[in-house]
Design a protein around this ligand. Structure first.
Ligand SMILES: [Fe+2]
Length: 166
């Protein structure tokens, strides 16, 4: 997991993460902080192990999770872009510097670009064999315990996570 450690200690990464924390300081909805990142990484990797039984993808899931929301703080400056696009652009910058190979970078970027939205949740959950990006998408949703959330009624997620698993 040395490459994951390199992301965590990268000066740019730390700066972007702090910027995310700052813009969400008063947010009543889900935050996009390290607790969320780690929850997504752990759930995604568990789902992957259940399906594939293949541990080599661990740094890729952690890499994707650490970076998937990293561009959130730029939303105000770039309102025409989704946070997944902004995050993917920053991830493209940092991944090669942290030792991820071209093919691995593509896998991670695809997962980041396709992790948003709630509309594909049931369709993906029903698939017997899920891709890396699909597992990552599901983990992002499963990481949010909507049923305990005080802001549930005001949340823009039209479909809430009312269950622990699928
Ligand atoms: Fe996100």
């Amino acid at each position: 997991m040395e490459r994951v450690q390199r992301i965590l200690t990268h000066p740019q990464y730390k700066k972007w993460l702090a910027a995310n924390v700052a813009v969400e300081e008063n947010r009543i909805f889900c935050r996009h902080d390290m607790a969320h990142n780690l929850a997504v990484a752990r759930i995604a990797y568990l789902l992957w192990l259940e399906q594939q039984g293949e541990p080599a993808a661990k740094p890729l899931f952690y890499g994707a999770a650490l970076l998937h929301d990293i561009g959130k703080w730029q939303k105000e400056a770039y309102p025409d872009y989704g946070h997944e696009t902004l995050s993917a652009a920053l991830a493209e910058e940092i991944l090669p510097q942290c030792g991820f190979q071209a093919e691995e970078q593509s896998v991670i970027i695809e997962a980041i670009l396709s992790h948003s939205g709630m509309d594909r949740r049931q369709e993906i959950a029903a698939k017997e064999k899920k891709t890396f990006a699909e597992i990552f998408y599901l983990a992002d949703k499963l990481s949010r315990p909507c049923w305990t959330c005080a802001a549930k009624e005001e949340c823009y997620w039209t479909v809430k996570n009312e269950r622990l698993t699928y």
